[in-house]
Structures are given as C-alpha cells and as structure tokens.
Design a protein around this ligand. Structure first.
Ligand code: HAM
Length: 429
C-alpha cells in the first residue's frame, strides 16, 4: 500500500519492529500508570482530542512556541476555530470548571493518559502525536501539594527503574514579581539585542522569559550574569518555595535549583520543575515537567482556584527504559491454543474455546489452516502455555490431546479435565 502515516506520527502494534512501539509495552506501562495514580488518589479524566482554539491561546499563551509554531488548529465546517489538544492541563481545567467537578469536593486530583498534538520540527524523540501521563491537583495552595506532585513524578521514574535522574526546580514568582523581573531582564539584554539569535529577538518582544531557555549557545553566553528571578520573589512566594524545597529534602529527593528554568507554557506562576535522565554520556533528556499555575482558572473563569500538576511523555518513558535496559519482559501470552486438524474439527474447537473463555482462560483457535507442524511452533511463538489438538480420533473418543508447550508433556483428557488442568496451571505462580 502506498499511503503512509503522516510525518512525525507512529503506530503501536503487536511485536513491533521497534521495541518501543510494541503494544505489549504500552499496555504494561499504561496499566502501571493507572495503578500508580491511585496510590496518590488521582482519578481519571478524559477530555476531547480537540477544543476551541481560544482555550490554548489563553492558557498556554499566545507568545509560547506551542501556540505560535506547533498548534494544529483549523476551522471546522461551520467556521469554528478549533485546535488539536497540544497539552492536557488547559483541557482538564476547562472540563473541571464546565462540569463543576469541584462541586462535590471529591475529585480534585485528576490524571490522564492521552495523546497530544504538536507540529514539532522533525527530530528524534519529538513526535507530532505524543502521549502523556499527567496529573493535576486542583484546589490547594499548600507547598506540600507541589512537593507531592514532584514526589509523584520522581518516584514514578525511580520505581520504573529509570537511572541518572536529575530534578531541576525553580520558582517563577507571581505576576507582579515576574513583571519586575522581565523589566530587569529587558534592561540587561537590550544592549545585546543585535547579537541574540533570531528566535530570541522575537521572544524579546513577545515572550522575554523564554529567552532564558534558548538552546542557542551564543544566547546562553549573552545571558551570563543576567538577573536572577529568585531575587525578585515576594515574601510569600519565597516562603512557599523554601517549604517545597525542604519537603523534598525531608523525603530524600535531590534537586538542583535552576533559576533559568521557566518552561514553555505561560500559565505557571510559582514552582516549576523538570526531571531529566541521561544514558552513557548522551545528552540529557527531559522526561517530565510541571509546576504550579494558580492564575489559570482565574484567567478562564474569574474564580481563584489554585492548582499544580505535571506531565510526562510515555514514549520517553518506554524509550528510556529500553535504552537503560530496565524494561521487563512484557510479552503477553495466552493459556491455550486449540488446533483443529481440519475443517471438520473446527466446530469442536470453537465450542471448547468458548467453554474455556467462560471459565476465565485466554484462548485462541488455529483457523488459518496451518498444519500441525506449523501450528505448534506458532502456538509457542505467540506465547501460549498449552496446545490442545483435536483430530478425527479425538472427535470420536471425546478426548483431547493437551500439550504443555513449556515442558512438552502430553496428556489425553476429556473436556472437563482439560479445563481443570488449564485452570489449575493458572493458579501456579
Ligand atoms: P510539557 O513539558 O510541554 O508540559 O510536556 C510534558 C512532557 O511531555 C515532556 O517532558 C515530554 O516528556 C513529553 N513531550 C512533550 N512534547 C513532546 C513531543 N513532541 N514528543 C514526545 N514527547 C513530548 C506539559 O505539557 C504540561 N501540560 C505539564 C503540566 C501538567 N504542567 C502542569 N500540569
């Protein structure tokens, strides 16, 4: 077939050529993430893949790269301006307010596992559809809520076995202190404006803070000695940040304060953080990040509700686990593969499969007319523990050949014994 997937997207399928695209690995990680979220009392939310464009213009920020360069926006048939969701936070907050999820006071901690869409420049590890596990804790001003979110992210990676973790943390302050900082940064960079990269020149006018995390080496040189955002914090933010840091120290999470860390989304207004990992001298990879965004709900609805959260790329988790040789064997198997010797025995095979599934077994039937010689290796290849062979003799006698594909042991049994044997073997560790 000539039609291929668009640039920057990928398929997830069984036994994929690239191990990280293997659906067994995705199922394994996703089910682990769901259980993990519950550990912190986060409950699942699913929002639509597209939203009104305005939601992201307002929330993520009109000057951010995500909005200016990376958004998949379009007009629908009725001329409405819509956008494919580039990130989860704005959408979760929209849903939280619209559905008045806050009303029952029960579900203020929400998690999601969802695809996100960003028109990224083609480069390794950056996709135009990626998937995020994200968690948003809504309603608390407490610095311990920031610390819990960071603990949740950091421990997730630790429990998965990801090595060489590095937590970078900063506080970008309130709207007012940030304004004062931006003025100071502007005054510092103005005389150097001509030497800034083209991207940073644009940011100088549109989104000054983002110059701080320019990837351009010369920009970074020009930033040497620039004003430090932490020196502009008001007392309450300073205290908040100190409490977050001491809570992290208390539970043994090491961190590095990085005053230039501002993140690419405009809604943050206090703690921000990123977690990086590295492997064998390769460049560090940001695997997740987040922060506090107390002003976001206010900007949408005029209500002052604080929130803090984080998001992590599932592609990056799986790729890192593979690179660091930490991904367990996630190959899925079944309990039994039933092999009818010809079309005549397919009816009995079909019947037996139904009975086995009724009793909680995972079963498949050989209906592709493979001969026994090919069907048995196929059963092993797909990870079946047993093969059940039904031929002419078996039909007549009502007895089946049950072959244990691990031990190669064979038994001839009636249907009840076959079912019992398979069920019993499932109970063994
Ligand atoms: P973000 O840093 O833009 O934050 O994305 C979170 C994570 O998603 C990144 O650390 C990375 O692992 C992954 N990611 C982002 N873009 C791509 C891409 N193009 N390809 C592959 N992986 C990618 C957010 O989106 C915020 N909503 C996080 C948050 C939640 N802050 C507060 N609550």
């Amino acid at each position: 077939m000539e039609i291929k997937a668009p640039k920057g997207v990928f398929d997830i399928y069984p036994d994929a050529k690239e191990k990280w695209q293997d659906s067994a690995n995705w199922q394994f990680i996703e089910s682990l993430l769901r259980k993990y979220a519950l550990k912190f009392n986060f409950r699942e939310i699913r929002t639509p893949i597209f939203e009104h464009l305005e939601l992201f213009l307002k929330g993520v920020g009109e000057g951010s790269d995500i909005v200016t360069k990376e958004m998949y926006n379009f007009l629908d048939k009725a001329g409405r301006a819509l956008a494919l969701r580039p990130e989860g936070t704005a959408a979760v907050i929209r849903a939280y307010m619209e559905n008045k999820i806050y009303a029952d006071q029960k579900s203020s901690k929400l998690f999601y596992i969802e695809p996100m869409f960003r028109y990224e420049r083609q480069q390794s590890g950056r996709y135009r559809q990626h998937h995020q596990f994200g968690a948003e804790a809504i309603g608390s001003f407490s610095p311990y809520q920031d610390a819990e979110i960071i603990d949740m992210a950091f421990n997730l990676y630790q429990q998965l076995g990801i090595k060489n973790l590095k937590l970078l943390i900063n506080c970008v302050g309130s709207l007012e202190s940030r304004k004062a900082y931006i003025d100071a940064l502007r005054a510092f960079l103005e005389p150097k404006f001509e030497h800034l990269s083209e991207d940073s020149k644009v940011r100088f006018h549109k989104n000054m803070l983002r110059i701080l995390d320019s990837k351009d080496a010369n920009d970074q040189k020009l930033l040497e000695g620039c004003p430090n955002i932490l020196e502009f914090l008001d007392e309450s933010k300073k205290k908040h940040f100190e409490t977050v840091l001491s809570a992290l120290t208390d539970i043994g999470i090491p961190y590095t304060i990085e005053p230039k860390l501002v993140r690419g989304l405009d809604y943050y207004d206090s703690t921000v953080f990123e977690i990086l990992t590295s492997h064998d001298g390769q460049a560090s990879l940001t695997i997740g990040g987040g922060g506090r965004y107390d002003g976001l709900i206010d900007s949408y609805s005029g209500q002052s509700i604080p929130a803090v959260g984080f998001g992590t790329g599932i592609e990056r988790i799986i790729q890192t686990l593979i690179m660091q040789d930490q991904l367990p064997n996630t190959q899925l198997g079944i309990d039994a593969y039933i092999i009818p010797m010809s079309f005549v025995e397919q009816k009995a095979a079909f019947h037996l499969a139904h009975k086995l599934r009724e009793r909680g077994c995972d079963v498949d039937i050989e209906l592709a007319s493979r001969k026994l010689k090919q069907a048995l290796p196929h059963a092993s290849q797909i990870g079946s523990r047993f093969a059940i062979i039904i031929g002419d003799n078996e039909l007549k006698s009502g007895l089946f050949v049950l072959k244990n594909l691990m031990t190669r042991e064979e038994q001839t049994l009636d249907i009840h014994q076959v079912i019992k044997n398979i069920q019993d073997s499932k109970k063994q560790p």
